[in-house]
Design a binder for this molecule. Sequence first.
Ligand code: IPD
Ligand code: CA
Ligand code: CA
Length: 293
Amino acid sequence: MPQELPFAAPASEIALEAGALLREYFRRGVATEYKGDVDLVTEADRASEKQIVERLHAAFPTHGIYGEEGTREGLDREYRWYIDPLDGTTNFAHSFPVFCVSMGLEHRPAGLAADQDGELVAGVIYDPMRDELFTAEKGRGAWRNGQPIHVSPVKTLSEALLATGFPSRKRHSSPNIHFYQECTLRSHGVRRAGSAALDLAYTACGRLEGFWEFNLNPWDTAAGVLLVTEAGGTVTRFDGSPFLLDSEEILATNGALRDEIVGLFSDMFAGRNLLPIPTPAEYAAARAQQTQP
Ligand code: IPD
Ligand code: CA
Ligand code: CA
């Protein structure tokens, strides 16, 4: 990564430091609290956000900050950081070593309406368990540990590895299990590793051909969206229209797969071309017949 990157370079130092803090908490073990019925939070989430905010004050005193654990500062400023101090809290709380720090920077020129998106200009995602630092700066490219990254060249869904996630809030009103089913039946597989920011980083560096999820927040997506687009991929809503930070849905792809996945999702929302699988009862009945003497 070029050292002169004005935003991503200082933010990388901050993310590395926050990642080291998370690693320490992870080794020690932390108590878990509930924000909702299955929405977890730990002391590590809060300590990481506190430290990131302090470091951002020092590095970028004129910038605003919007953090998952409650920071709302200077939201009328020209630059705004979206901070997820620990993406993958459920994994973290269960000692499942897949989580990261995510920091995305939006440029909001004067005169932009409060409900309009500015331009994402920098993104940093750090995985402290693998010591992998993903960075991007608008118009300059994307890197993993300083090496340029690009999306995968795979051209068809049938050869793709995908990822998704399931919300911890309003679980019973999400239809995503149906999308999981259809995509699993049509691809090499769908991973559900539990960190949306890492799913986006992995799409950017070609480990995944695509990622989708319902109901993410700007702190989950801001950094990863820029990583994917700077690495040559696309980020849209499910119908292929432009992604916005407060979009209810995100579809990130390597570009080559965008139209095929948008077409599949359109079919799914219309109830067309669904691939049948047996219900558990049908499966049990068929199995019972097979085992009859
Ligand atoms: C969660 C993770 C997970 C996704 C959830 C997010 P958190 O973020 O990104 O992969 O499926 O929708 O809320 O709560 O661990 O920061
Ligand atoms: Ca998150
Ligand atoms: Ca979080």
